[in-house]
Design a protein around this ligand. Structure first.
Ligand SMILES: O=P(O)(O)OC[C@H]1O[C@](O)(CO)[C@@H](O)[C@@H]1O
Length: 402
């Protein structure tokens, strides 16, 4: 249970950091009014456990139907915590796009007698989610499945169309607090219901998040350091170089959080995603030698869940003989960090002792807190996504006309 943020590679005067913190009273921002997502710490886990407990015995697959904040956090949980030992023979499938080929193939490959669907939408009217809902309902009809309501869960804002549908279908409805925005909702039933279905430590996820609220210094610094680099023209790209395949989806979740929250009024920091060591062999050249317009976040894991040792005698490179793959990944991590620092590229390092639910909860909350902090400093409202609505409206209009 430990996540350690280190800002030494940021190369900024401490005085400047402290001044901002006191000028904007940043520690006082960490409350339920400024950060309504803190209320997710009160999520009723008992209710979730009761409802999901009975479903777990009957079904082995949960299909998450939801877009953006209604599925990205869950994907991150599933990707980070997944391993046979924890999955208990159950799996999640994500309907987070309406690519017809993907949807058709999934529909055909599911065992419908063992599958339950979670329809997740705060608004209850997202085009993709509603389209998929109708496709799935029709499939239930075609397959003559009696009582499809028993294979459906709805999650959304109270009073939205999903709540009504859940009643009509005699399906369970989990409300999301309306004041918690979609991309901040991972620790509400949105993420916790699927996590509970698999059997991950939902309490530990919340405990990790709670630790940030109780002691938010690192999360506040995260926002402040990124802002100070934004002022120094590190505006175009922010990237997370996670030295693990199991944080890949976390970077996707983070991309929505950072982009949709801060990309407003001509401001924002564009998130860019990268995975160590793979991306070293594709984008590192640019990071070392290209524009100095980025701030880097490097994630390293102390204890990988599993490890692989090379033989005592190796082909070609004899200096790797007997080493573990974790030794090699760590050496590459250190090498890359040092190389970038030698070019004065700013780096935030995040060390995790392992990929546990507690650590993941801690990361989720740290980044949500940091988003509000940097929003405050940029003078941007981190909530809402008014510009996204423009394209949505046009798509609706086109569909109505054709
Ligand atoms: O949960 P909903 O209302 O279906 O919205 C899904 C996603 O769509 C967006 O509104 C953007 O279109 C995101 O902010 C949100 O996470």
């Amino acid at each position: 249970m430990a996540v350690v943020f280190s800002f030494e590679g940021c190369n900024l005067p401490q005085l400047e950091v402290q001044k901002l913190i006191s000028k904007y009273n940043l520690f006082n921002l960490v409350n339920e009014k400024e950060m309504p997502f803190i209320k997710s710490l009160q999520t009723n886990l008992k209710e979730i456990k009761d409802v999901i407990g009975s479903l777990k015995n009957k079904f082995d697959t949960l299909v998450v139907v939801g877009m953006g904040g209604s599925s990205l956090g869950t994907k991150a949980i599933y990707n980070t915590l997944t391993c046979d030992e924890f999955n208990h023979g159950r799996k999640l499938v994500f309907f987070d796009n309406i690519d017809p080929t993907y949807v058709k193939r999934c529909i055909d490959s599911l065992d419908w007698s063992k599958t339950v669907f979670a329809f997740i939408s705060k608004s209850g009217k997202t085009l993709e989610t509603v389209s998929l809902l109708n496709v799935i309902k029709e499939e239930f009809r075609k397959r003559r499945i009696a009582n499809p309501g028993k294979q459906m869960i709805f999650i959304g804002d109270p009073g939205n169309a999903f709540e009504k549908l859940s009643k009509e279908n005699k399906a369970f409805f989990f409300p999301i607090l309306p004041e918690i925005g979609g991309r901040f909702s991972v620790l509400t039933p949105v993420g916790l219901v699927p996590a509970e279905f698999i059997g991950y430590g939902t309490k530990e996820l919340l405990d990790g998040a709670r630790a940030v609220v109780e002691s938010p210094k690192s999360a506040i610094y995260l926002g402040v350091y990124k802002y100070l680099h934004y002022l120094r023209n590190r505006t175009i790209s922010v990237m997370m170089m996670t030295y693990s395949n199991y944080l890949r989806e976390f970077t996707e979740w983070y991309a929505q959080l950072w982009a949709e929250s801060l990309g407003k009024d001509g401001k924002g920091q564009t998130p860019m995603k990268a995975i160590g060591t793979s991306s070293q062999h594709s984008v590192l050249q640019l990071f070392m030698d290209g524009h100095d317009d980025k701030i880097y976040q490097f994630f390293i894991i102390e204890n990988y869940r599993e490890d692989v040792r090379l033989p005592e005698r190796t082909e070609i490179l004899d200096f790797i003989a007997g080493k573990k793959l974790s030794d090699i990944i760590k050496a590459e991590f250190e090498g890359t960090v040092k190389a970038l620092l030698s070019r004065k590229r700013p780096i935030i390092q995040v060390e995790l002792d392992d990929l546990s639910p507690w650590n993941l909860g801690y990361l989720f909350m740290s980044y949500m807190v940091a988003t509000v902090v940097i929003g405050k400093l940029m003078g941007v409202n981190p909530y809402g996504q008014p510009a996204v609505e423009v394209g949505k409206k046009l798509a609706y209009e086109k569909l109505k006309k054709t």
